[in-house]
Design a protein. Structure first.
Lengths: 442, 94
């Protein structure tokens, strides 16, 4: 296949065999189009890292009949923790459910390991007839005037031609930028995640996290856990390992002069976290960028002969309560694939026709969710939400539960004292209540 | 052991090292830089400040994440690209 690649002309060229790319390749191949799926890694997933919890059972359910038995899933999440941290204290909301939506197929969400999952998912695209070409870097698009007509590959042939190029090349989004569809991105729009997979006995995981069978737990943290760095931390249970990591806004890492991997040690040593990770053995360390600014950093999603999906389109929702990217990647890949199918039917690959990608995205709630939560990333990464309020909540709760000679305070005076102790301004709190409302409430 | 040094972390990662570097740092441009963002964002700790004020960069254990490129935007001292297909980091679990 590789020898004749330059002689072949494809209906669709998908760059990147992650969830977005493989979804686009799967749906277009099934529609009978000639699809090339190009991946720079040795295998799909070789260059991918996520937390990872994938909220996409429903998506897989529609796509692949026996996915439940076949897909490499770790644990289905029926228990979640959201914690605000000070250096000594964690105040968390613990959610646990036996609701059918969560504990029965197709499940609400489940933990996965990307190299394993991506490999399986790309294989589904291959089974549908897509040509998977691995170990191949795409360096640029080929243009005829404004029309994208193919890609330059770092292989002998040098180029491959196709009617539509779907750029699913991840957060760095080189193709969109080289094609002039995306501006240069800034260090405050992007976060670095550093991760460890710690091996831990399966029975011990169940015991420690109060789980039965394949139940799983997802814990997410914000506050002193990342010291002065804006971001957060996560801890997810896999079958016989834990995925844990720290995420820090790039500009904030530079300001704090703290190395990202040092934050991992701080995280694991926190009194609320240490008991959960005790005895774990490091299997793999990894790192990856996350396009956290969402809506404000989106490229031009459609143009002549080109569509952008997944992280390359900044379809990653980092909104505190929600850390979701894989589901949006898959949905946007499907939306791009659908658009390519329609374009092939009309033999029209102009931006005027490809514009219907936006409708497909809206139908799948991709564009709408990002629009709706466009204020949230900035709020979640704000100074006070990151450091001050978690400290305040931890401090207030400690006082609330403390029994000492000073006697009991009611909640409002107690909050007042907390605010004075920590130098929290009432005017700031009011401003922030407005921001919370705009970010989450309506 | 749960707590690990950076070297211990890096020893768990698999690489297929290409014979040419995929990222090139113009050390001269670094001499005037006081921010040194690259040092603080690289998860693989590949940027080493030298006594003469320049920065030494080693590509062999690069995660290809792009953090250095975005953090260093202003100076333009980093020529960034992916390694050849199949080369560089290969994750197995993450």
């Amino acid at each position: 296949m590789t020898n004749t690649a330059s002689n072949e002309h494809f209906d669709v060229i998908v760059v990147g065999a992650g969830p977005a790319g493989s979804a686009a390749a799967l749906i277009t191949a099934r529609a009978g189009l000639k699809v090339l799926l190009i991946e720079r890694g040795e295998y799909p997933g070789a260059k991918n890292v996520s937390g990872a919890v994938f909220y996409g059972g429903a998506i897989l359910n529609e796509l692949i009949p026996d996915w439940c038995e076949q897909a490499p899933l770790e644990r289905y999440i029926c228990r979640r923790d959201m914690a605000l941290m000070s250096p000594t204290t964690a105040v968390s909301l613990d959610f646990r459910t036996a609701g059918a939506n969560y504990v029965e197929a197709p499940y609400n969400g489940f933990s996965i390991l990307r190299p394993k999952f991506d490999r399986w998912f790309a294989a589904q695209a291959e089974a549908a007839g897509a040509f998977l070409l691995t170990s191949t870097v795409v360096d640029d698009v080929i243009k005829d005037g404004d029309q994208v007509v193919g890609v330059k590959v770092r292989r002998e042939q040098g180029e491959v031609r196709g009617n539509v190029v779907i750029a699913c090349d991840g957060v760095n989004s080189w193709l969109a930028r080289k094609a002039g569809r995306q501006r240069e991105l800034h260090a405050h729009e992007i976060s670095l995640g550093v991760k460890e997979v710690l091996g831990l006995d399966e029975a011990l995981i169940r015991e420690r996290f109060h789980l039965s069978g394949n139940e799983g737990m997802a814990l997410e943290y914000v506050g002193a856990i990342t010291e002065k760095v804006r971001g957060g931390a996560f801890l997810y249970t896999n079958k016989n390992s834990l995925s844990l990591g720290v995420i820090g806004q790039l500009s904030s890492l530079v300001e704090s002069q703290k190395r990202p991997y040092e934050l991992l040690e701080v995280f694991k040593a926190h009194p609320a976290v240490a008991p959960l990770v005790r005895g774990g053995t490091l299997r793999e360390y990894s790192a990856h960028l996350i396009p956290e600014a969402g809506f404000s950093m989106m490229p031009r999603l459609f143009s002549d002969g080109m569509l952008v999906a997944g992280d390359a389109a900044a379809f990653c929702l980092a909104a505190g309560l929600y850390l979701e990217g894989i589901n949006y990647a898959m949905q946007s890949g499907l939306a791009a694939g659908q658009t390519a199918i329609e374009a092939a039917g009309r033999q029209d690959y102009s931006r005027y026709f490809l514009a219907r990608y936006m409708e497909r995205l809206r139908e799948r709630n991709v564009f709408t969710d990002f629009q709706s939560y466009r204020h949230t990333p900035a709020f979640v990464n704000g100074e006070r939400f990151q450091n001050l309020y978690p400290e305040m909540v931890a401090h207030a709760t400690e006082m609330l539960f403390r029994v000492d000679a000073a006697g009991k305070k009611k909640i409002v005076p107690l909050l007042g004292k907390t605010m004075r102790d920590l130098g929290v301004k009432r005017s700031h709190v009011l401003q922030d209540l407005y921001k919370v409302a705009r970010a989450y409430l309506w | 052991m749960v707590m690990t040094t950076h070297e211990e972390k890096m020893s768990t990662v698999r690489y297929k090292v290409d014979d040419k570097p995929h990222i090139v740092v113009d050390g001269k441009k670094c001499e005037g830089c006081s921010v040194r963002a690259c040092i603080y964002v690289c998860p693989a700790n590949l940027f080493v400040p030298l006594d003469d004020g320049s920065i030494l960069f080693n590509y062999e254990q690069c995660f290809e994440c792009g953090a250095c490129y975005f953090a260093c935007n202003e100076e333009g001292a980093i020529q960034w690209s992916y390694p050849s297909g199949g080369y560089g980091v290969t994750f197995r679990e993450s």
